[in-house]
Ligand binder design. Structure first.
Ligand SMILES: *[C@@H]1O[C@H](CO)[C@@H](O)[C@H](O)[C@H]1NC(C)=O
Ligand SMILES: *[C@@H]1O[C@H](CO)[C@@H](O)[C@H](O)[C@H]1NC(C)=O
Ligand SMILES: *[C@@H]1O[C@H](CO)[C@@H](O)[C@H](O)[C@H]1NC(C)=O
Length: 288
């Protein structure tokens, strides 16, 4: 009996999400899930709808929530988060990757002005940092060229733009893979972020975890060389020591990168990407 209930509610959620995101641009209000930023707001395919422009030599990708049910329409949520913004920090594939742009758009549909800076000055990686290097991509050299010395100033410029030009007062930092490290770094004291969410963060140092003084949530893959079970448990210990509110969700049947590049033809990865998005939106809705 109990099993049946669990199964049927799980199926309902999955069907709701599948039905809404598989066909055309998602629209809010088409299912009850949208009331808390449901998976129906998430797009993994289609044409990105935000604007790209340069500010102080950094390329930005920005999506602004619109009233109504249009492609960036946040429906009744469109006014809910005035003064708030999400700073979206990408994986090594940067703002050129359609899935990154589409996620920025998806956060706009959830009601958040969302800005993604180009962390790599127009030269993102051609492969993931935890896939074996090929002739065209040397992860060691890439990471050496994109350390905190190079990346922190880009993130700072984006935060200043949000606060000083767009008059944003509260910033949620959403960091994926490479960008996840900076989700931690920018909720340390005085760094400008107010709440952080990160999916499969990479290269995070213990001191960066201990330095946070704002809430932080993690969406983790169960198969991630950069964030294996041992490391995840260590993260939990360290987050507990910070005294900040935190959350760690592990999605079975996923691998590193799933919250951005998960194969949407694989049910566990599709489910993981949708749930990681819903996790992020609920976290920001609750704490930002
Ligand atoms: C922008 O880049 C150009 C060319 O690389 C450089 O001359 C200029 O000083 C840069 N401006 C800023 C604000 O960084
Ligand atoms: C931000 O605030 C300034 C000063 O009040 C105002 O001039 C400007 O139009 C505002 N910008 C936006 C995007 O709201
Ligand atoms: C998990 O990752 C850590 C850090 O990379 C490594 O030291 C450890 O051996 C890994 N553990 C397992 C079980 O793979």
């Amino acid at each position: 009996m109990r099993m049946t209930n669990l199964l049927s509610s799980g199926t309902l959620l999955l069907l709701g999400a599948t039905g809404a995101s598989a066909h055309g641009p998602p629209s809010p209000g088409s299912s009850g899930l949208s009331s808390f930023g449901g998976a129906n707001l998430l797009a993994s395919t289609g044409t990105p709808l935000g604007q790209e422009f340069a500010h102080q030599n950094i390329t930005f990708y920005l999506s602004t929530p619109k009233p109504g049910n249009g492609p960036l329409g946040a429906g009744p949520r469109h006014d809910t988060h005035k003064g708030d913004a999400i700073l979206y920090l990408t994986d090594v594939f940067g703002i050129a990757l359609p899935q990154n742009r589409l996620l920025v758009d998806s956060f706009a549909r959830a009601g958040y002005l969302t800005l993604a800076p180009d962390l790599f000055q127009g030269e993102p990686a051609s492969a993931d940092i935890n896939t074996p290097g090929g002739p065209v991509f040397d992860p060691v050299a890439f990471l050496a060229a994109h350390g905190t010395l190079q990346t922190d100033p880009v993130v700072e410029t984006a935060i200043n733009y949000l606060r000083n030009t767009l008059n944003v007062t509260r910033i949620g930092v959403a960091g994926y893979c490479f960008g996840g490290k900076y989700a931690f770094r920018f909720v340390a004291p005085g760094r400008g972020g107010d709440v952080a969410f990160t999916a499969h963060p990479s290269l995070v140092e213990e001191s960066e975890i201990l330095a946070i003084d704002k809430p932080l949530a993690i969406a983790a893959a169960d198969h991630d060389e950069l964030l294996n079970a041992t490391v995840r448990v260590r993260f939990e210990e360290l987050l507990g020591q910070t005294g900040e509110r935190y959350q760690i969700n592990v999605y079975g049947g996923t691998t590193h990168g799933f919250a951005v590049r998960g194969d949407q033809n694989v049910p566990s990865q599709k489910y993981g990407k949708e749930e990681a998005f819903v996790q992020a939106v609920r976290w920001f809705d609750t704490l930002l």
